[in-house]
Design a binder for this molecule. Sequence first.
Ligand code: ZN
Ligand code: MN
Length: 470
Amino acid sequence: MNYIPVMGLEIHAELLTKSKVFCSCENSFGGEENTRVCPVCCGMPGSLPSLNKNVTVLAVKAGLAVNCTINEYSAFDRKNYFYPDLPKAYQITQFEYPICENGFIRLKSGKKIRIERIHIEEDAGKLIHDGDTSLADYNRCGVPLIEIVTCPDFASADEVCEFAENIALRLKYSNVCDARMEQGSLRVDVNISLMPENSDKLGTRAEIKNLNSTKAIRRAIEYEILRQSDILAKGEKVIQETRRFDDNTGTTKSLRSKENADDYRYFPEPDIPPVIITQSEIEQIKQTMPEMPDKRLLRYTDTYGLPYDDAMLIISDKALSDFYDKTVQIYSNCKGISNLILVELLRCTKETGISTADMKITPSQLAEIVKMSDDGEISKNSAKELVSMVFSSGKNPRELAKECGFIMSSDTAAVTACIKEVLSCEQKNVQDYKNGSTRIFGYLMGQVMQRLGKGANPKIVKELLENELK
Ligand code: ZN
Ligand code: MN
């Protein structure tokens, strides 16, 4: 029998707030163990949580970024379970009344992936396993999270990976989460089951937890499809369970049999009042949202005429995309600007390790360089060199171009004199050229260009050289 994989995702994203969700401990990554903890996030008796308002704002932004309805009323619940990384023995989350519902994202193919809900919750700590001992680091306890839950709308690893990248980009654009999968600020759980072809009855699913790269997502899904179809082929039953992906072996292993909602004894959190958001507050937050990457992509490809891959490259870095937008507002050669960015500017960032957010070159400087090149004031090669010089110095491009002799001379008399000089030294080559070896032209041209230096205008040199050789 043939099976179709059916998948849904649960994505945990750490929010970019200064402090944790229910206390004033700093929310940051790394650092010494157990240095950002207090009675509230460690669940000491007598401590009381109070909700960080900015968490609500970021959760609303996340909802708006993926076309959700924002609920005016949402509330917190306790999810009870014991694990050493959770000293309170319950997680504060939103079960009955999540903050956002009914969103969606469209894939490149046009397929709509529905988002069931987004809820706010707190993160748990981290266990560090070292030989026979396990140590607990509670710095991550109480770090604000949103959990994005999709409907089981995915049918392939490609769709899942595209969606994960798309979500990550939207969260980065809206400044909700830095979406660094390798650091765990964005973690993807995949629920996967196999359904017989021509059936609409879902099979039993396995949940693969905490995948931390798109590569891991892809490998885990591929392995799980094989594992489950093997079980079904033998006439056996897939067990509902939580599994962990092992990066070294490319396989998944059972962690625990999957609990149902009842097992967690969810009940309303008595210490935190419900979250009430008004329409006008939602409207205010909406005003702060940037244009989402899919809209930018359309603008770049349809209005600016950029090739899809070029547009994608620029959009995948919000700082770069903002830089590009400002540059084309100043000077409208969209393609010329994009080319110089992709060829030269990205080479500079790569070589120096300076990020596009921190580079010295400004949009108006890049615009000026492209314009000078378009106007024939400097050559294309000089334009590239200028980009790299302004990138590292931040100096005025026109001044630099003058200092370096990049401004092309239109003094034809000087060019003709130089050509005559070169031709008199290259009599044999000139003769060969006249006898039909046309490729010698390039060599002669090179000789003249070399003597004239960077201020030589190749178009003028070519014309005059052709004349002289006639
Ligand atoms: Zn704390
Ligand atoms: Mn969760």
